[in-house]
Design a protein around this ligand. Structure first.
Ligand SMILES: [Mn+2]
Length: 363
């Protein structure tokens, strides 16, 4: 019998081929890590984690509280979930990472009071944008993972189009400065709060997947009062009608409406937009779009916007311990990039389109 041990105590028992943020947290898809903006180099897309949790409201107490309690951990677990995937999609025959360079730009550090939290996220996103990247962000609950990201994107922008995928309107009244600091109300308010940001035109706010009894009867009036046209809001009713005709054709047309007058596009995805059956580990609402319908719409929106106008894709309120939902979000991300890759190069007529609204502008 060979008396030697297979290994000596100081021999490595594992190797780390993939860059790490810290500990056992790999970078997203194993992409190069950028510890500061200078390391973003020639990256096209910067991934940023936004680990911020909101206080758990009464409606999410108990087991349903998981998407609040755990969102501090979601960026790290989401990166780990990404390790099983690459960038090649055989159904489209494209490797999105051959087309676009992805870098992991670490996590924003949302600490302190709300003003400091928002400013920290905004600076992190801004650094990526100034380095020439579009951003993909993973929250964290809404507010710091939505409002602050869009604020950075919209700063100095003529007109950002917002495509928000959420079962819920999140459009209650009130500004964040008026919130109780111990109970910020971002989850129920952020979609209205963003409509006052410079560079955000409410007539270019689009909402997909709205449905269900967690919404209240003032939903449409509050959006309308800020200048959001009713036809920009796609509820289950319109989704069902689109399915009866041709969902893919509808998605292409809706995506064209979303970007028609936009100088930039930002897409927000609350995981609860997904139909309960599409997302069995964690879901709130039935009667929603299936995963493939969400993927298809994001693909079409990115294809319509093209790399020049695509500014960001933000996920929020995703639990850390729902790898099935992470998989769907990762597909959304990859198909967003595939849509950008499939976009026609910007032409000279692009600027003309921007000043020729297809619909009558809201006053
Ligand atoms: Mn929601």
């Amino acid at each position: 019998m060979d008396k030697r041990w297979a290994r000596r105590p100081l021999d490595p028992v594992m190797e780390m081929h993939v860059p790490r943020l810290y500990g056992s947290t790999p970078t997203l898809f194993g992409a190069p890590l950028a510890e500061d903006a200078t390391q973003l180099g020639d990256a096209d897309v910067a991934f940023i984690g936004i680990p911020w949790r909101a206080p758990t409201p009464d409606s999410r107490a108990g087991s349903a509280g998981a998407n609040f309690e755990s969102t501090l951990l979601t960026p790290a677990f989401f990166r780990t979930s990404s390790m099983r995937y690459g960038g090649y999609l055989p159904e489209l025959d494209v490797d999105v990472f051959d087309v676009f360079r992805l870098a992991d730009f670490g996590d924003a550090q949302p600490h302190g009071d709300m003003a400091g939290i928002l400013a920290g996220v905004e600076q992190h996103v801004k650094a990526a944008l100034e380095a020439g990247c579009s951003v993909v962000t993973m929250g964290g609950n809404a507010g710091p993972s939505s409002y602050a990201v869009l604020k950075a994107i919209a700063d100095g922008c003529e007109r950002v189009a917002v495509l928000n995928l959420d079962a819920h309107s999140d459009n209650s009244e009130g500004e964040w400065q008026d919130d109780d600091p111990r109970a910020p109300r971002w989850g129920s308010t952020w979609a209205l709060r963003i409509l006052g940001l410079p560079g955000v035109d409410p007539s270019q706010y689009f909402h997909f997947g709205l449905r269900g009894p967690r919404n209240d009867s003032g939903v449409f009036d509050r959006f309308a009062a800020r200048g959001v046209p009713r036809e920009n809001i796609v509820t289950y009713r319109e989704l069902k009608a689109a399915r009866r005709r041709d969902y893919d054709a509808w998605a292409e047309g809706f995506a064209a409406d979303v970007v028609r007058r936009a100088s930039k596009l930002w897409i927000a995805v609350d995981g609860d937009v997904l139909d309960l059956s599409s997302n069995p580990e964690w879901a709130d609402e039935p009667l929603g779009p299936r995963a493939e319908e969400v993927v298809q719409l994001v693909y079409e929106a990115c294809k319509a916007a093209g790399p020049e106008r695509f500014a960001g894709l933000s996920f929020m309120a995703v639990p850390h311990d729902a790898p099935g939902m992470h998989a769907i979000c990762l597909y959304v991300l990859l198909y967003a990039l595939a849509g950008l890759a499939a976009a026609q190069p910007a032409t000279a007529t692009g600027s003309d389109q921007e000043h020729t609204p297809a619909k009558a502008p809201e006053s």
